[in-house]
Design a protein around this ligand. Structure first.
Ligand SMILES: NC(=O)c1ccc[n+]([C@@H]2O[C@H](COP(=O)([O-])OP(=O)(O)OC[C@H]3O[C@@H](n4cnc5c(N)ncnc54)[C@H](O)[C@@H]3O)[C@@H](O)[C@H]2O)c1
Length: 253
């Protein structure tokens, strides 16, 4: 099904994990994709995979902590595709694991810089482009189940994701009348490099995560990608300011 036929979609953190799955799925749905990531080789790999399958993609290296790089990445997307129909602000880091009293301030600052300020920064310039063109657009921010409930040993991560939900709701209200929809997805634990890092830091953590989940498993990147693609598409035309949980029901407990 060509849910995103011809739409130009900008996706950060698209070299791996959920962002990569979202890019592949968006391209399969007919989108032209800007694959943005701090890791240029990973971005190239995702773009090459899309092209090999007959889709359209460009790889753009950028660090979401750097305003000039974010602005240049959006400008390059618009130069290539003529407009920006959708954006997925997904780049993120796990941070380290420590109780709040032991968390290094440098960890706090790094996690917030990527996960929260990075989303704000991308959204700011995406909105400017979407307002300058006919037809508005749709933005999906990747928050987390940890944006809805506390996650012990991850105060910076949880704070950053609560913040992403605040950004999403506020901007959704601000731009609703300009034809721009802004939503968030809240994945539970999903099998990507990020949870591998957590398992390394705290061996056995993932077994506990599995047992605590009503579905007794972790999610797959494709399962989050499907929600992202739907939120980007016109099928979600009256969905705005929403946080869509994709977590097997873990936050329903
Ligand atoms: N995996 C999970 O369990 C889970 C759960 C909830 C939310 N999330 C969120 O999903 C998003 C994607 O995570 P993932 O699990 O796919 O992890 P991942 O580590 O597989 O992918 C993250 C990507 O972001 C990129 N990135 C990191 N810092 C960057 C920066 N400063 N600028 C640009 N790109 C940068 C990385 O290079 C990587 O390609 C993150 O926001 C994460 O917090 C993940």
């Amino acid at each position: 099904m060509e849910r995103l036929k011809g739409k130009a979609i900008f996706i950060t953190g698209a070299a791996a994990g959920i962002g990569r799955a979202a890019a592949l799925s968006a391209a399969q749905s007919g989108a032209r994709c800007a694959i943005v990531d701090i890791r240029p080789e990973g971005a190239e790999e995702t773009a090459a995979e899309i092209q090999a399958a007959g889709g359209e993609a460009i790889a753009i290296p950028a660090d979401v902590r750097r305003s000039e790089q974010v602005q240049a990445a959006i400008a390059r997307t618009v130069a290539s595709y003529g407009r920006l129909d959708g954006a997925v602000n997904n780049a993120g880091v796990s941070g380290t694991l420590a109780f709040s009293a032991e968390m290094a301030e440098s960890d706090w600052e790094h996690t917030l810089a990527v996960n929260l300020s990075g989303v704000f920064r991308c959204m700011k310039y995406e909105l400017q482009q979407m307002m300058a063109q006919e037809g508005g657009g749709a933005i999906v921010n990747t928050a987390s189940a940890a944006g809805l409930i506390g996650l012990p040993r991850a105060v910076a991560y949880s704070a950053s994701k609560h913040g992403v939900i605040g950004i999403t709701r506020t901007a959704a209200l601000e731009y609703a009348r300009r034809g721009i929809r802004i939503n968030a997805v809240c994945p539970g634990f999903v099998e990507t490099a990020m949870v591998d890092i957590w398992e390394e830091l705290r061996p056995g953590m993932l077994e506990g995560v599995r047992r605590f989940n009503p579905m007794r498993r972790l999610g797959q990147p494709d399962e989050v990608a499907a929600a992202i693609v739907w939120l980007l598409s016109d099928e979600a035309s009256f969905v705005n300011g929403h946080t869509l949980s994709v977590d097997g029901g873990v936050t329903a407990q």
